[in-house]
Design a protein around this ligand. Sequence first.
Ligand SMILES: Nc1ncnc2c1ncn2[C@@H]1O[C@H](COP(=O)(O)OP(=O)(O)OP(=O)(O)O)[C@@H](O)[C@H]1O
Ligand SMILES: [Mg+2]
Length: 470
Amino acid sequence: MNTRSLGFRLVAWYAGVLTAVFVLLGVLTIFFLQRYLEANFLDTQARRARQIAGTLISSTSRAEEGALPGEVEKLYSPEASDRFIRITRADGRVVYVSGLPKDERYDPAQVPPASAGEHTRKVRLPENSLLIAAITAAGADGTPYVVEVGASGAGTDATLARVLLMLATGLPIAVCVAVAGGFVLVRRSLAPVARMAATAEAITQHNLGERLPEVDSGDELERLAVSLNLMISRLEAAIDGSKQFVADASHELRTPLTVMRGELESLAQDGQLPGEAREALGSVLEEVLRLAEIVEGLFALSRLDAGEAHAPWQRFDLGELAATTAGQMSLLAEDKHVSVACESHPGVIVEGDRARLKQVIVNLLDNAIKYTPGGGHVSLSVKREGGCAILEVADDGIGIPAEALPHVFKRFYRVDGSRTRAQGGAGLGLSIVESICTAHAARVEVSSVPGNGSTFRMLAPLAGEPLVNA
Ligand SMILES: Nc1ncnc2c1ncn2[C@@H]1O[C@H](COP(=O)(O)OP(=O)(O)OP(=O)(O)O)[C@@H](O)[C@H]1O
Ligand SMILES: [Mg+2]
């Protein structure tokens, strides 16, 4: 269980507060119940004391007080009813004290003397506690007597113990039920968060059209989902805008560049130009060609980004396409004294835009030839493996440093800017390869050892079959 999760923290806090509230309520209940029960009990004792004072003391003078014990025994029989009665003259002489009660719960002799005045008290004896009410009453001749009536507090103690037991078992059960309910509620309430997170993690620039699930719950989570979806919509619009800008700009640049190129080429053919001007013209033409290449690359990428209205897909033999393309590029390889070997198994049928997939082979071969010094070897192979079509372009050229490998498919990324600029690269070839692969549900991988060469592999689904991991 994740103890830092919002759900766990909410339930823990809720359980803690609930337990504290229940314990406080329990303590207050016991406290007030005890006070109420004892006050009620003492009230009864006080009434009885007043009764004794009214019926017996008020009509008895000091001379007749010897008859009091008998009268008390006759009228109230305290031992039989487990009651404590004591009549003490104001000078401290005990006129009457009840005997050991029937249930022998306490010894009346151990009860300390009471002070004068009306009051109640709880006396704790070794085996029991006694709740005693005392009043002062005057005899027939005005002699003051303290009349004490009490009884064992065991009854109220037992009631309190029962209530305490009830609270002690009931409250933990109530806390457990409440916490379990809270846990289920929190889990259910936070489930949309997990779904939103999973969807948000899966959204990339390629599927910005997707939206987070919006549950019509009317709560904060619905608001969050709606706000995030609006944010994704704004991002999508911004990214679409910038893609559109690149697409428009590269499209608009193509025509003037073609015109410039044509004009420069015809100018260069003018034999009357002085040598210096011709040299400058050649260099300008070279730069214009490079610029045209970059613009073409950008234009291709923007069309791929926009999920271009590509040519209808067709089934074709990838091996055959690879062999033809390698043949067409052999001139370029020969110029650099690099040998190109092509080995393709027949019947590797894939489905897609033939021209675009040819572009993949051209870009990979172009790189392999470009980044392999004279005398090197490039091999191109096409085969089926693990249920998918594999196209591999390997060279024994300069290789790519490990730290550059994760970046080679990024736009305008070149391992060594100055080196590749000299070789005319813009850093768009591999981005185009990756975009075409994505559009064909294929993927491209690279492995390389600097100084020993590089291998690029395209794994594409065979016609009619989804791509499986090879
Ligand atoms: N076969 C390879 N051997 C060594 N380095 C390579 C190889 N293929 C690509 N690279 C490195 O990866 C970088 C990116 O390649 P990419 O094809 O995208 O750009 P480029 O070849 O420089 O330019 P462009 O293809 O746009 O003309 C290259 O600049 C190069 O440094
Ligand atoms: Mg390239």
